[in-house]
Design a protein around this ligand. Structure first.
Ligand code: PMV
Length: 313
C-alpha cells in the first residue's frame, strides 16, 4: 500500500491583495491533515472512497471537472499510464471543508504524492505544486497559487504571485487560534466581488492593496524579530482593510471582537472571507480562555496551532 499526507494551511496576511500582486504570508497547519492510501485491487478500474465528502465512486463515474477525478487522471497521464490500473483509493481528512484551510488542495497534494509513490515515481515539489495548482483552478477559477505552494512545501511561505517561492522563519514559535464561523463561503465569490470593487475605482483599491502589502512586509519582520504585540496590531489593521474590501461578515467580526476582548494580541479574518475562518494571535497561556470566548461567540470549531520556528526542509 502507498500512503501520503498533506497538512492544512492558513493565510496570516495579505489575502485578496495577493491576487493583485502584493505579498501574502501563509503557514501550514499540521494539526489537521489529509491522508491518502492507495492499494492495488482485484476489481476493475479505480474505486475512490472519501467518506468525509460522501464520495464512494468509480473514477469513470466522475465528471471531467471533478477535482478528485481530474487530479487522478492528470497524475496517471503524467506517469504515462494510458491503461489505468485497478486501484482502491481511500481519502481521509480532518481538514474542515470550504473554510480557508486548504482542504481541497491538501487532497490534491496527498493524492499526487501517493499515486506517484505507488508507481515508483518521484515528482519534485515544484512539479507537485504545479499539478495541484492546475486542479485548484477547477475549484477557484483564478487562484493566486498560495494554497498549493504552502501545502506542497509544508513551510511558512512569503508568497508573491509569479515569483519564485520564498519561505520565511519565525524568530521563535508562536501560537494562533483558528475559529470557524461554520459558514461555508466559496472563495471564488469573494474574489469576484473584490474584482467588481477594483473595476469600479482602480486608484482607490490599488492604494488599499498597497497598504495591505506594507502590513504584510511589516508582519514578516515582526515574526522574525518576535515582536508579538506589533504583530497583533498588524493583524487588527489588516482586518480593518479587509472589512473595507467588503469580505468580512457579522459572524467573522463577532469572533474577531471576542478574541480581542478575551486577551488576544490581535485578530483578523483569514482567506477568502464572508465566512470560513478567523485567526487570533495569543500568548500560549491565554489560548484556553480565548478559545472559550470564540466558542461562546459562535465558533463551531477551533484549532490551536503552534507555528514552529523551524520546519523540516
Ligand atoms: O479562502 P482561502 O484560504 O483559499 O484563500 C483565498 C485567498 C485569496 O487571496 C482571497 C484568493 C487567492 O487565490 O489567493
Amino acid at each position: 500500500m502507498s500512503t501520503a499526507t498533506a497538512p492544512g494551511k492558513i493565510i496570516l496576511f495579505g489575502e485578496h491583495a495577493v491576487v493583485y500582486g502584493r505579498p501574502a504570508l501563509a503557514v501550514p497547519v499540521t494539526e489537521v491533515y489529509t491522508r491518502v492510501e492507495i492499494a492495488n485491487s482485484t476489481g476493475s478500474g479505480i474505486w475512490i472512497e472519501a467518506p468525509d465528502i460522501q464520495l464512494h465512486a468509480g473514477l469513470s463515474a466522475l465528471a471531467s471537472d471533478h477535482p478528485i477525478g481530474a487530479c487522478i487522471r492528470t497524475v496517471l497521464n503524467q506517469l504515462n499510464l494510458s491503461d489505468f490500473p485497478s486501484l482502491g483509493i481511500r481519502i481521509k481528512s480532518t481538514i474542515p471543508i470550504a473554510s480557508g484551510l486548504g482542504s481541497g488542495t491538501a487532497v490534491s497534494v496527498a493524492l499526487i504524492r501517493a499515486l506517484s509513490a505507488h508507481f515508483n515515481h518521484s515528482f519534485t515539489n515544484e512539479e507537485i505544486s504545479a499539478l495541484a495548482f492546475g486542479i485548484e483552478q477547477l475549484h477557484h477559477g483564478t487562484p493566486s497559487g498560495i494554497d498549493n505552494t504552502v501545502i506542497t512545501y509544508g513551510q511558512p511561505v512569503y508568497f508573491v504571485k509569479g515569483s519564485p517561492i520564498e519561505t520565511f522563519h519565525a524568530g521563535a514559535p508562536f501560537t494562533l487560534l483558528i475559529g470557524d464561523t461554520g459558514i461555508q463561503a466559496p472563495t471564488k465569490i469573494s474574489v469576484a466581488e473584490v474584482r467588481k470593487l477594483w473595476d469600479s475605482d482602480h486608484e482607490k483599491w490599488e492604494a488599499v492593496f498597497d497598504e495591505i502589502g506594507k502590513i504584510t512586509q511589516a508582519a514578516r519582520n515582526a515574526i522574525a524579530q518576535t515582536k508579538w504585540v506589533e504583530l497583533g496590531e498588524l493583524m487588527n489593521r489588516n482586518h480593518t482593510l479587509l472589512r473595507l474590501l467588503g469580505v468580512s461578515s457579522p459572524e467573522l467580526d463577532r469572533l474577531v471582537d471576542a478574541a480581542r476582548a478575551a486577551g488576544a494580541l490581535g485578530a483578523k479574518l483569514s482567506g477568502g472571507g464572508r465566512g470560513g475562518n478567523m485567526i487570533a494571535l495569543v500568548n500560549p497561556e491565554m489560548a484556553e480562555s480565548v478559545d472559550l470566548a470564540l466558542v461562546k461567540a459562535g465558533a463551531i470549531n477551533t484549532i490551536i496551532t503552534r507555528i514552529e520556528s523551524s520546519f523540516k526542509e
